[in-house]
Design a protein around this ligand. Structure first.
Ligand code: HEC
Length: 101
């Protein structure tokens, strides 16, 4: 019986940590999915032409969170769509994170 309990406990802890890793951490999502084109600090790499610098105050003021979420879900001319790669929560979290760069 105690073995079963221990196994359950291990399973529980594993699930928790997986959920935490995939959770609403906008920074983690950004670094894993966006930084490759948009740069860690929000300044786009030269091949990501047309992308604004996310750390530019003027851009932050002009872009609404709703617009950012739409762009991330649908993608753009060169930017891929993330609708099938990220959950709605992750898209919200990463959109909010852009405003903190
Ligand atoms: C393959 C490179 C690439 C990746 C990966 C990428 N982007 Fe982009 N992104 C671009 C390019 C290029 C543009 C400029 C518009 C276009 O050509 O699609 C852009 C535009 C944007 C815009 C529109 C900004 C504006 O106001 O015009 C937002 C917001 C954005 N990206 C957010 C993200 C987020 C968040 C992620 C990660 C989930 C991401 N991007 C991943 C290349 C990329």
């Amino acid at each position: 019986m105690s073995r079963l309990l221990a196994a359950l406990l291990i399973l529980f802890v594993c699930c928790l940590s997986v959920a935490a890793a995939a959770g609403n951490d906008g920074e983690a999502v950004y670094k894993a999915r966006c930084a490759v084109c948009h740069g860690k600090d929000g300044v786009p790499k030269s091949f990501a032409k047309g992308a604004p610098a996310f750390n530019d105050e003027a851009w932050k003021k002009g872009a609404s969170t709703a617009e950012i979420e739409k762009m991330v879900a649908e993608g753009g001319k060169r930017m891929p769509s993330f609708r099938n790669k990220l959950t709605e929560e992750e898209i919200k979290a990463v959109a909010a994170y852009l405003k903190t760069l």
